[in-house]
Design a protein around this ligand. Structure first.
Ligand SMILES: Cc1cc2nc3c(=O)[nH]c(=O)nc-3n(C[C@H](O)[C@H](O)[C@H](O)COP(=O)(O)OP(=O)(O)OC[C@H]3O[C@@H](n4cnc5c(N)ncnc54)[C@H](O)[C@@H]3O)c2cc1C
Ligand code: SF4
Ligand code: SF4
Length: 400
């Protein structure tokens, strides 16, 4: 509860000027706080020279159960009906939350000609698919997407909304959160559900990836989070689809998009997609210069893998950011990750430590990468990689 004590207020208007949410209204009877707009940031209580703004019983208020908000809604990313390969990870996250506290799981999908997709979504064991299927909701019409997604979420009132932290998710979810006047925890790596209604606990990296924050959202609904890709394992489809499709198409209209689709750049579309490859050879600053990357490519080619890099190499312009692994790059979990001249800083580790097997080649035996590698080779990559290549050659020749 927040209110202004009119008897203490001297009408200096300091609070009105400072309120970042424009929640303080100047009305005939005096100043009034619009509680729907107030974010409880405490700016006004701190700046008021007369302690005229009273904010109390906040703890009690934030424990309100929000009984009208129920269930977990997964917002579905797709490309003209082709389901995002990350959706099974989102299902795993939701099922784990459901195992912690029983609740329904919904999938929200908007697009055109998506009847088949809606049908296929049921195979993932969701209770309901909320479908808005209308002509004109094209793949890149993100303004239409977030308008519709916001409208459906406002009407259907799930307690938790989850999406993947993909390029699409990063574009859509902040805008949806603003529309719904709620918060968004982005790039989360762990989700938990407490025993009480509304106890949703989110873990995400903070302090430049050095620490992890546990976040609760007591005072706003829905509780929104995007999940980092490649952190959850992919769920299997349910054997028997028991849910139902709820067609909401007639309830919503959509205007034309202000965005114009220009085309797809092939590499971004997946040719060099390091997120789905089984073998990655990664180069760090130990590679010394861009020319030497040829050695990394040679090893990747010999193994049938792809090349990734640490952030400094992208910053030097030696490689484009599509190949960067880590906190501000891609999350990968290949079967084999060979880190060459990579120190293993936590911001890099967070993007690759779920790899099945990690081999590190580093001249410094105390490099942090050795702490989480399956195998470590203390040595000069300019010696070790040619030796591996020649061993692979020998193996191939023997096999002929
Ligand atoms: C907010 C923030 C976000 C970040 N995001 C990312 C991210 O997404 N991804 C990322 O990678 N980094 C990220 N970083 C940077 C990160 O902190 C590290 O600086 C970076 O990962 C280090 O890259 P590196 O291992 O290539 O370089 P270095 O730390 O300089 O390590 C080079 C390693 O090469 C070894 N070496 C040198 N010569 C040889 C040789 N001849 N043979 C074998 N080994 C050799 C050295 O012993 C050393 O261990 C981020 C930093 C911040 C602050
Ligand atoms: S608590 Fe913050 S948002 Fe609410 S009225 Fe005061 S300054 Fe504005
Ligand atoms: S800052 Fe305090 S005294 Fe000044 S207008 Fe706001 S409530 Fe009144």
């Amino acid at each position: 509860m927040i209110r202004i004590d009119q008897e203490q207020c001297t009408y200096c208007l300091l609070c009105l000027k400072r309120c970042p949410a424009a929640a303080i209204k100047d009305e005939d009877e005096g100043l009034r706080i619009d509680v729907a707009a107030c974010t409880y940031c405490s700016v006004c209580t701190s700046c008021c020279p007369n302690q005229a703004i009273i904010m109390k019983d906040r703890a009690q208020e934030t424990r309100q159960p929000y009984p009208e908000h129920e269930g977990i809604c997964l917002v579905v990313e797709h490309a003209e009906g082709a389901l995002s390969s990350y959706f099974p990870e989102l299902v795993t996250a939701a099922k784990q939350l459901q195992a912690m506290r029983a609740q329904r799981i919904y999938a929200l999908v908007v697009g055109e000609r998506i009847e088949d997709l809606a049908q296929r979504l049921l195979q993932w064991g969701v209770d309901e698919v909320w479908m808005v299927n209308k002509p004109g909701i094209q793949r890149y019409a993100e303004d239409i997407h977030y308008n519709l997604i916001s409208a459906v979420l406002r009407d259907q009132r799930p307690s938790v909304v989850l999406g993947m932290a993909t390029a699409w998710g990063r574009s859509i979810f902040p805008r949806v959160a603003v529309r719904l006047r709620t918060g968004l925890c982005a790039d989360c790596i762990d989700l938990k559900m407490g025993p009480n209604h509304g106890d949703f606990i989110i873990t995400r990296p903070t302090q430049m990836g050095e620490q992890f924050a546990e976040i609760k959202i007591p005072a706003r609904r829905p509780q929104m989070a995007t999940v980092k890709t490649n952190f959850y394992s992919a769920a299997e489809t349910a054997h028997v689809a028991q849910g139902k499709i709820v067609d909401l198409s007639s309830l919503y209209s959509c205007s034309s998009s202000v965005l114009q689709f220009m085309g797809v750049i092939e590499e971004a579309a997946g040719k060099e997609n390091i997120e789905t490859t089984e073998i990655i050879v990664a180069a760090g600053r130990g590679i010394q210069n861009a020319d030497n990357l040829r050695l990394i490519y040679a090893l990747a080619d010999a193994l049938g893998g792809k090349v990734a890099v640490t952030r400094p190499l992208v910053e030097c312009g030696w490689m484009d950011s599509m190949h960067q692994v880590g906190l501000t790059g891609k999350m990968v979990k290949p079967k084999l990750y060979i880190a060459c001249g990579v120190s293993g800083a936590v911001q890099h580790k967070v993007g690759m430590h779920h790899s099945e097997t990690i081999i590190a080649i580093n001249t410094d035996r105390n490099a942090p990468i050795f702490d989480y590698s399956t195998y470590g080779i203390v040595g000069d990559l300019f010696t070790v990689i040619p030796e591996i290549l020649s061993a692979l050659n020998t193996v191939q020749e023997v096999g002929r």
